[in-house]
Write a protein that binds this ligand. Structure first.
Ligand code: ADP
Length: 661
């Protein structure tokens, strides 16, 4: 049965002098509780009628009605059922009305005792149309009701009469119980005894209002805290997303997360799900907490790590000292529990950094000290959200780096392509046409003198050799420029490489008279950390040039000295034709030759210095030319790394041991 009539409207119609007013839900809760307490505190046997809008509101108060029913047998509770609320006559009468009934919009509480009477008859106001700014928030405490609350006995009795008659419609079988009650009400409606002492009632009311206010203040505090955290999440997210440097991203995230969540230590490191260990690179620390930065973190066998990998979500151990798993697992000869004690980790949170279900890294929060830390669910959710952002930022940074790599490769390819065009356009065509002319003459002129024939053949052979060198240098430069060279860096004495370069030079230039070559390399110099084969290549090319551009009467000198703590400077100087000042940089360009492509007299390729620069800069060194001008000799200088002191001693030791063997 659905009754569409509002009890409030019926009451206002019956008593037109009564003026309804607006109540917030929190005020009605306080009033209702104070009224119920008055029943519980008194020794009256009053009539109590309570109408709740829904079963769930009644459930919160059910225990009070059980206690009220100990005081009086005239208790009626009404509600729209949601689970098992139904018409019953157990401790008191329960009356279920349809959810569409007008009662589902109303809140009533009526108490009619011998000494006093009070009632609260209200209807909820639909705020959706009225106040757009409050309604969409669905704030429970902002719900508003219109109606009356009074100690006026006449109003209370009228309300009781309307409600009892209504209960009779829902549950006619209660006639035997309700009719005598109705009769008593009608009979007493003329009396106006209301000997209520307002003081205890007011006290209770104030207590409930205060409690409501306290709850509100707590709610505001938690909202403010949430807002603060959300703002911080946004700022962390913005910070990590601004950067394309993975190192900076992880540092910022560790620092901010640690601070926001009040952790003693926050670690962020990169790892994959099957990694056995990881190096702790990014750490935020409170002053009093020992640092773990730089340590190797064992992941394999760590139950926390394995659980995170398996569940792909955060795992939290509130108290490491009472967690049985940590007591059983060992890292080396100590249990994880003992280690957490040493690292001062009382509560331990691990949050995975995931991207498309792939583990990219881990965020760890350590709470230190003597008491375990309690982490709220929403705090963990927040850290997970940040970890996701960190994952996205890392992927972005990686993609950017890949893109840059790819770009560099493309640029190198482009350079190779233009080199190829240049080499076929200018450099190869010249010797090729010489070869062609020579061979054609040899083929078409059988009467050619043997001397001329020999000249033709020598010319073709020399240009063939030039082409071979050109192609070889071109390929070497392309490999270097595209980063396809695998360096085998090792500690070496410089003098050994110089000796090898000199032997190679002498073998190459056996037929020609060389200038005097002076070597001034001290055996006391520190070892250099280089790829020996390539260093010999650089030295040979520089020595070859020096000899090429210096008369047999001149001199070539090789010297070396320390350059700062980490480098050695090598110099190849000659007394030859020198280089003009404005050409000192250009000589390192590809295919640069002072003579020009068509007037080559020296047999070079124009690629030698470009190759040397590629090699030296790859090792972190520098190469440059110096000259006082034309015919005043040239100096080529380059720097190469030396072996750090400790390492140098060890390798000298190894060498000595080897030679003893
Ligand atoms: P090349 O095979 O022609 O020697 P390089 O790249 O080695 O090619 O040298 C480029 C040019 O730099 C040379 O052709 C020459 O003009 C100039 N050059 C190199 N070394 C010297 C030097 N020691 N003295 C004078 N000029 C030099």
């Amino acid at each position: 049965m659905i009754i569409p009539d509002s009890v409030l409207e019926m009451l206002l119609k019956a008593l037109p002098q009564v003026r309804p007013q607006i109540y917030f839900k929190s005020s009605l809760t306080a009033l209702s509780h104070a009224m119920e307490d008055q029943v519980l505190a008194g020794n009256d046997h009053p009539l109590v009628i309570a109408s709740f809008q829904r079963e769930r509101f009644y459930r919160q108060e059910a225990h009070r009605y059980l206690r009220i029913s100990d005081r009086t047998d005239q208790v009626y509770v009404l509600a729209a059922p949601e689970t098992d609320f139904a018409n019953r006559s157990e401790h008191y009468e329960t009356i279920a009305f349809e959810p569409e009934d007008a009662l589902s919009q109303e809140w009533h509480l009526i108490v009619v005792g011998e000494q006093y009477a009070s009632c609260l008859i209200c209807r909820e106001r639909d705020l959706s149309a009225e106040n757009q700014s409050i309604a969409p928030l669905h704030v429970d405490q902002a719900r508003r009701f219109e109606g009356i609350w009074t100690f006026d006995r006449a109003v209370v009795l009228k309300s009781a009469e309307i409600l009892l008659n209504r209960i009779l419609k829902y549950r006619p079988e209660l006639q035997g119980k309700i009719t005598p009650m109705l009769a008593r009400i009608v009979a007493s409606s003329t009396s106006d005894i209301n000997q209520v002492d307002p003081a205890p009632f007011a006290d209770r009311l104030v207590t409930y209002l205060q409690a409501g206010q306290y709850k509100l203040a707590k709610a505001y505090r938690s909202i403010a805290e949430k807002e603060r955290k959300e703002r911080l999440v946004n700022s962390i997210t913005a910070a990590v997303r601004r950067s394309l440097d993975p190192h900076e991203i992880l540092n910022v995230a560790a620092e901010e997360l640690g601070k926001v969540l009040g952790a003693g230590r926050c670690l962020i490191y990169r790892c994959k799900s099957n990694d056995a260990s990881a190096i702790l690179q990014h750490e935020y620390l409170l002053d009093s907490v020992p640092s773990l930065a730089g340590r190797t973190w064992t992941l394999h066998g760590n139950p926390l790590f394995e659980e995170v990998v398996q569940r792909q979500e955060a795992v939290f151990i509130e108290d490491t000292q009472s967690d049985a798993r940590l007591a059983m697992i060992k890292d080396g000869d100590r249990t994880l529990q003992a280690l957490t004690q040493e690292w001062d980790v009382r509560s331990w949170l691990m949050v995975p950094v995931l991207h498309q279900n792939q583990l990219l890294g881990m965020v760890e929060l350590h709470y230190c000290g003597t008491t375990p830390h309690v982490l709220e669910r929403d705090e963990v959710a927040m850290i997970e959200a940040i970890a996701t952002q960190v994952g996205v930022a890392l992927i972005q940074a990686e993609s950017f780096a890949n893109l840059e790599d790819l770009n560099q490769q493309l640029e190198a390819l482009d350079r190779t392509r233009s080199n190829l065009i240049a080499i076929t356009g200018h450099e190869l065509r010249t010797p090729l046409s010489t070869i062609q002319v020579c061979l054609e003459s040899l083929a078409s002129e059988p009467d050619m003198s043997p001397d001329l024939r020999q000249v033709m053949l020598n010319s073709a052979l020399a240009d063939g050799e030039r082409m071979r060198k050109l192609i070889q240098d071109f390929l070497t430069l392309s490999r270097l420029e595209s980063g396809r060279v695998e360096w085998r860096m090792e500690p070496l004495p410089l003098w050994e490489c110089v000796d090898l370069a000199l032997s190679s030079l002498q073998a190459r230039r056996m037929a020609t008279a060389l200038p005097q070559i002076v070597t001034q390399i001290s055996t006391e110099l520190p070892l250099v950390q280089v790829d020996g084969e390539w260093l010999v290549e650089v030295l040979t090319k520089l020595l070859d040039n020096a000899c090429k551009f210096t008369d047999a009467g001149g001199r070539v000198t090789i010297r070396a000295k320390r350059s700062g703590d980490t480098m050695l400077e090598v110099m190849v100087a000659d007394t030859g034709r020198g280089i003009e000042e404005n050409r000192l940089e250009t000589v390192f360009d590809r295919f640069y030759q002072e003579e020009g492509a068509l007037r080559r007299t020296t047999g070079g390729t124009g690629l030698g210095l470009a190759i040397c620069r590629q090699i030296i800069t790859n090792w972190g060194g520098r190469i440059w030319a110096e000259s006082s001008g034309k015919d005043r000799g040239s100096e080529f200088h380059f720097t190469i790394p030396i072996v750090p002191t400790g390492e140098s001693k060890r390798s000298a030791q190894r060498k000595r041991t080897r030679s003893r063997d």
